[in-house]
Ligand binder design. Structure first.
Ligand SMILES: [Zn+2]
Length: 335
C-alpha cells in the first residue's frame, strides 16, 4: 500500500507513529506525537523530511521528544507544520523561546502552528530569523473536521475527551486513476506522453491520439486501460475514555479504515483504573475496531505495569473480538 505506518517506541514506554505516503510521483511524511526517545529509529535525514507533525494532546509522554525534531529542522527552507489542541500556539511559542538564539538573523526556518478547537482552527507562524519571538497570526478557519485538503491526501480529525482535548487523526490517500499496464502490453502499446493525455480531463473522449503512427480514440483507450485505485485510510487514536460522546464520534470516523493504531492502556480487569485515568482497555479498543469495520487494528500505548506475558494475553483478548489485531511487529508479541 502506498500509505505505510510504523509505530515508534517500545511497550510500556512513550510511543509515536510515523506515516509515509508514496504516490509514485510524490512522497510525504507525517509524524503523530513525539514521546521520549521515539525518534532514534527514524534518523536525522527523515526527521528533516517530516511535512506535518500531528499532536494528539500535550501530556509529556506525547510531546517531550519535540526538541529532538525542532533541533533538526528549525532552519529548513520550507515551513514545518505542527497541529495540536487548545492553547497549543501559546505552549509551542514557549518551547521555541526556551533556547538561546543568536547568529540566526539570516537563517530560514518557519514553525507554522495550528491550534484545533471545537469551533475554529487558529494558526500562527514563528520565524527563525526573529528568534521565534514574534507571533504572526493567520485568519482563523472554521473547524469542520477536515484540516488538510491536498491533491494527494486529506487529513481529518475528531476531538476526544481525555479530561482535556485529545485529537484523533485520519489520513486518507486520494483515489487514483492508474493505467493497467498488462492490458497495455497485450494491445502492443508502450508507455509515452499519451498516457498523461488519457488522464487529462480537458481532452474529450472523441479526441484522436496518434501512438507510434497509429490512430486511437482516447475514449476507447480510457475504457480499456484506466482503472480506479481506492486510496488507503489510516487512523491514529490515543488517550481517550470510551464514553458515549467519544464512541459516537469514533464509529463514523473510523468506518472501514484500512488500519487503525489505537491505544490499549489497560487490561479489561482494570477498567475502573482505565476510566479513572481517561483511557481505554484492550477489549474496548478491539470492540471499537470491530464496530467500525476496521480492517487491521494495531495496538500501542500500553501501561508499563504489563509485561510480555500480559501483553500476549491482551492480544489474545483483542483477537477474540477483532481477529486482525496485532501489536507493532517490533514488539514481538506473537501468539
Ligand atoms: Zn494523555
Amino acid at each position: 500500500m502506498p500509505l505505510e505506518i510504523k509505530v515508534l517506541g517500545s511497550p510500556g514506554n512513550d510511543n509515536a507513529m510515523f506515516t509515509r505516503l508514496d504516490t509514485g510521483q510524490n512522497v510525504y511524511h507525517f509524524l503523530m506525537d513525539c514521546g521520549e526517545a521515539c525518534l532514534y529509529s527514524i534518523g536525522k535525514g527523515l526527521i528533516q523530511e517530516i511535512d506535518h507533525l500531528f499532536l494528539s494532546h500535550c501530556h509529556m509522554d506525547h510531546l517531550c521528544g519535540f526538541d529532538g525534531i525542532f533541533r533538526h529542522l528549525y532552519s529548513r527552507p520550507r515551513p514545518f507544520e505542527i497541529w495540536g489542541p487548545s492553547d497549543f500556539i501559546f505552549m509551542m511559542s514557549c518551547r521555541f523561546r526556551s533556547f538561546a538564539w543568536n547568529l540566526v538573523e539570516n537563517k530560514q526556518g518557519e514553525m507554522r502552528v495550528h491550534q484545533i478547537m471545537s469551533n475554529e482552527i487558529h494558526c500562527a507562524s514563528f520565524f527563525c530569523r526573529e528568534s521565534f519571538s514574534k507571533k504572526h497570526p493567520f485568519p482563523s478557519q472554521k473547524f469542520t473536521g477536515r484540516i488538510i485538503e491536498h491533491p494527494d491526501y486529506t487529513v481529518d480529525c475528531v476531538i476526544l475527551d481525555h479530561k482535556i482535548d485529545s485529537i484523533a487523526y485520519l489520513v486518507s490517500e486520494t483515489n487514483r486513476i492508474n493505467i493497467n499496464t498488462d492490458i497495455m502490453e497485450t494491445m502492443g502499446l508502450k508507455a509515452g506522453k499519451w498516457c498523461a493525455d488519457l488522464k487529462n480531463n480537458a481532452l474529450p473522449d472523441d479526441t484522436i491520439l496518434a501512438i507510434e503512427g497509429k490512430d486511437y480514440s482516447i475514449g476507447m483507450l480510457r475504457k480499456k486501460l484506466l482503472e480506479m485505485k481506492k486510496g488507503g485510510k489510516i487512523a491514529y487514536v490515543t488517550d481517550f475514555i470510551l464514553n458515549e460522546k467519544n464512541h459516537s464520534k469514533l464509529i463514523p470516523f473510523l468506518e472501514k479504515a484500512d488500519e487503525v493504531v489505537m491505544e490499549c492502556s489497560y487490561r479489561d480487569s482494570e477498567i475502573e483504573l482505565a476510566k479513572k485515568n481517561y483511557h481505554i482497555t484492550v477489549t474496548e479498543a478491539a470492540s471499537l475496531a470491530k464496530e467500525a469495520h476496521v480492517d487491521r487494528l494495531t495496538l500501542f500505548h500500553i501501561s508499563d505495569r504489563y509485561h510480555q506475558k500480559d501483553r500476549l494475553e491482551m492480544l489474545k483478548d483483542a483477537q477474540s473480538i477483532h481477529p486482525n489485531t496485532r501489536f507493532p511487529p517490533h514488539w514481538q508479541v506473537i501468539p
